[in-house]
Each structure stands twice: as C-alpha cells, then as structure tokens.
Ligand binder design. Sequence first.
Ligand code: DGY
Length: 387
Amino acid sequence: MLTFLGACKKVSRRKGETASRSPRSNGYTPKNPKNMVGPKAAKTPQNKNVSVLGIKPEQEPKTMKKTVLAFSRITPPMIENLQQEFDVIVPNPKAGDINAQFNEALPHAHGLIGVGRKLGRTQLENAAKLEVVSSVSVGYDNYDLAYFNERGIMLTNTPDVLTESTADLAFALIMSSARRVAELDAWTKAGQWQASVGAPLFGCDVHGKTLGIVGMGNIGAAVARRGHFGFNMPIIYSGNSRKTDLEQQLGAQFRSLDELLAEADFVCLVVPLSDKTRHLISHRELALMKPGAILVNISRGPVVDEPALIEALQNKRIRGAGLDVYEKEPLAESPLFQLSNAVTLPHIGSATNETREAMANRALANLRSALLGERPQDLVNPQVWRG
Ligand code: DGY
C-alpha cells in the first residue's frame, strides 16, 4: 500500500505491489489513484487505510516498522529497498512547501537520510523519536554534533566512496584555472577566435609546478597522488599531523600553512569546516601567496573569506581561483561572476552518477544498521552508541 501523509508521501507497500516513478519528481506516484490522499484521491473504502500527518498519535495506525524520512539524494529503487524494512516518508516537491512537509513528518521519524539541511536543536526539537541521521555526504558541518550527543542521536556520513571523484574535480579546477579552459570556451563560442591566440590569453603550466595541499586527509592524498604521478609536481602539505607514508610514497614535504602559501603554485584546500578552519584563508593568507598562484577550494566555502578572495582576484593579487564551494550556497549572484580569473562550479565534487549512487548506498547501509540495532559502519559520534 502506498499512502500520502498530508503533503508528504508515506510509502509502505505489500509484497508484490508496485509503484511507478513520477516523471518530474524524485518521489513516487501510486499506480493506483485509489491509494492517494488529497484532492485527486478517489473516494473509495481503500482510503480508510491511509494515515495522514496531523492526526493524534492514538489515531495512528499501529505499525511495527520504524519510520524513515528520506529528504534528498535517495533514488526510487533505493526507496523501494528501504520499504522492505521501514515505513518511508518522502517529501514531494510537487505537493508544496518542502520544509513544511519535512517538519510535519519529523515527529514520526526514527531515521533521517539525505543531505543539505542544517540540523540542530531548533530544527530537531519535535523529532522525539529520532535515533539516527544518515548524511549522504562526507562532510558533516551541517549538523550540531554537541546537540546530537546530548540527545543520543547517531550521526553517520559517507567517507571513502567519494574520495577519487572529488580529487578528480580538484584537478579539473586546477587545469581549468591554469589553462583558462572555461574562460576560453566561452570566448570561442562567442565567436571571438579571429586569429591565432596571443599572449594575453595564455595560461600557465601545471606539470612540474608545486602543489600545496592544505589538509592531507583521504581526498587531499588523492589530489596529491594525481599531482605527483600524473603531473610530476613537487607536493607540499600542511595540516594537523605528519603523513610519513605519503612523504615516502610521493616525496611530500610538510610545511606550516604560511610556508605552504608562500611556496605553492597551486594551493588546494581540502580541510573540513570547523571553528578552527573558518576563514582559514583571509587577507593575510592571500597576501602570502605568490602573485602567479592559483587557489582551489573543494572543501567548504566558509574556509575562505570570500570578499577577501574577490578583492585579491579583482586586484590580480593572485592569478586565479578554482571554486566548487561558497560561503552561501547556492550562489545566485556574486562579483565572482564578473571575474574571468575565477572558475565557479556549483558544488559538484562528488556529483557523478557512480559516486552519488555509491554514497546513497553507503548512507542506506548506515541508516539500516542504526535502525536495526547494529553499529553503523560510519558512525561519526561513537560515544552515543549503546550496543
Ligand atoms: C560531501 O560529501 O561533503 C560533499 O561536499 C558532497 O556534498
């Protein structure tokens, strides 16, 4: 049976029943309109079985299944899979305000799965049953971990599966910024190619230049490997700890942040966002960089003081920037859009079909474990585990 819960859809189907995917939404529409609630619903006795958000708890149908609120990045086949063990609520963009639907469903949810929502005390105060938030991301700066710990809510993320794709994108930004790929693509398509390109449109080499990695975690190391093996780049890095294995494998050399900024031709930011890394790169740090250097940010926007960066790019204090992340996302308008020395991408580090599917599957496995009483593989806050 597939039912709509108020504005949301609550999906709970018997073996053998099928649902078809709505052509314009990520959610489901029931094959049988008799199972819908709302203006389009057929007035049949079957509708007596539906549950509607807003009813008093004692009126709710008794179910042994836990409830999952799947708010983003979960595909219809994955939802079908989840339905075998859980009742699933999927906010439906076509059914109105998505935030209202999310808030309406929250009190029913034992588990949340998705990404892109700030979740803390204010947002979760009505989520009385909540046991786990399974984030479809490696970064978890959107979540108030102290509050999760206070409430005993598990938080899981999706490390490893996006490492290589995100490192690929770092290199796309390095190459695009250095060789002016995006800028010259637009220039060519605008019909400006009248004669052989001259020095004003030349870029700079990547191979053999010094690559500075700020934050040598898994993704940082994957970027460094590309630089070392693919482009013969000397690698320098800064961070909280020395990585002697990478020093041996890649000849990487440890530097303080200031030393790295002064020495690198490409500075690649791969640190998680925290109170320590917020505005790690501001006026002072940009002033330390070489005039010919390029800043690449694939971590989180607030790691860079964006107005300071814009000023440095406008004044050609540094050569350029390759950006996938911003202080405020989505970036609707910005002085960056007027700058030919800034490559701006819409936070697509992990956005390949293969990687997004792998992330969603990893998040599903974490959610499932948590709700079925097994320790999830990627538990961010093990202190709340009561297993
Ligand atoms: C992450 O996983 O943290 C990426 O930024 C994708 O959204």
